[in-house]
Design a protein around this ligand. Structure first.
Ligand code: GRG
Length: 312
């Protein structure tokens, strides 16, 4: 869950007008997502694999991607109900990517979301399969459970999420990231490729799919895509900063990993202060894309601002 003290910045009053209360909003939406995810993956035979899938899926986390998906669907005229199966699916894809990322063959990490990583509890074989199970189920879940949305739009959502997950998205970003480890001459262009694919692609898909489900116009989908690409890159810059400035207790995962793995990051190129400025500029650019949505964009604007103020 999101640290309450860190959200005070986005609540309260300014100029006599009540500002959008992000803390209450996020708590409510996270609770809805937790319940929907719990229901989406019930225990079944063979118990071991469902237990391993549920272990990581229900281990907390900020639930940023599903909350973005729901918020975008509502902003563009849809409802929470229309978007919930896709919101659950993006969190399933995100969780599987974390399980595989933590494996010894990749980042080799022992902690995630404040708990032992999946392979540390269930072994590498089951952790790989738990990731595979979540990935396949994500697409089944959208196809079977999305109601009151034309089939054409459901297909677009499945195609968008498939592209964001595969070699044109997360997988591609991860491959270039692995290739860049230990190469301290990695340039900014390559770094931006990694982050746009490894991190921004799924955030973008969470947002754009919310819009597709609501039947948003192609012009609005373009604005949403630009909003989410900007917050995606800002999210990763902040992640890199937190890796340097935070502790394992704060992050729920190992801190200081980038330096140890000899990874080039935004802070290592620009320094912490300049990286913060760049992240803030990206958030301003993201919010500017939402101007045509007026007041209805408040949740997406508040979530964007939260990205730079978060402490984990
Ligand atoms: C998707 C088919 C498929 C394969 C996965 C392993 C891999 C390929 C990609 C790695 C993707 C990865 C781990 C990117 C890092 C993104 C990131 C910054 C994660 C942290 O997200 P938070 O802070 O985490 O939202 P919580 O725990 O809060 O959900």
């Amino acid at each position: 869950m999101i640290a309450a003290d860190n959200l005070q910045k986005t609540t309260g009053e300014t100029n006599g007008e009540t500002k959008f209360d992000l803390l209450t909003y996020l708590k409510e939406r996270q609770k809805l997502c937790e319940a929907a995810l719990d229901e989406a993956v019930p225990m079944r035979y063979p118990d071991k694999i469902y237990e391993a899938m549920r272990y990581s899926l229900l281990a907390g986390g900020k639930r940023l991607r599903p909350v973005l998906c729901l918020a975008t669907c509502e902003m563009t005229g849809g409802t929470i109900e229309l978007a919930m199966p896709t919101a659950c699916a993006v969190e399933m894809v995100h969780t599987m990517s974390l399980i595989h990322d933590d494996l010894p063959a990749m980042d080799n990490d022992d902690y995630r979301r404040g708990k032992l990583t999946n392979h540390k509890v269930y072994g590498e074989d089951i952790a790989i399969l738990a990731g595979d199970g979540l990935l396949a189920y994500a697409f089944e879940y959208i196809a079977v459970n999305t109601k009151n949305v034309p089939c054409e739009q459901v297909l677009q959502v499945i195609a968008h999420l498939g592209r964001a997950s595969g070699a044109a998205g997360l997988v591609g970003g991860q491959v270039v990231d692995l290739e860049s480890e230990g190469k301290l001459d990695t340039n900014e262009e390559t770094l931006t490729y990694i982050h746009n694919h490894k991190t921004a692609a799924l955030l973008e898909s969470s947002v754009v799919c919310g819009g597709i489900l609501a039947g948003a116009s192609s012009e609005d989908l373009l604005l949403l895509s630009r909003y989410s690409q900007n917050i995606g890159l800002a999210f990763q810059i902040v992640d890199d900063i937190l890796d340097v400035t935070s502790t394992q207790e704060q992050l729920g995962k190992t801190a200081g990993k980038d330096l140890r793995a000899q990874k080039v990051t935004y802070p290592s190129i620009w320094g912490i202060e300049e990286s913060k400025n760049k992240a803030q500029q990206l958030i301003s650019n993201a919010c500017a894309e939402l101007a045509p949505f007026g007041e209805k964009a408040q949740p997406l604007i508040a979530i964007a601002e939260f990205i730079t103020s978060r402490d984990r």
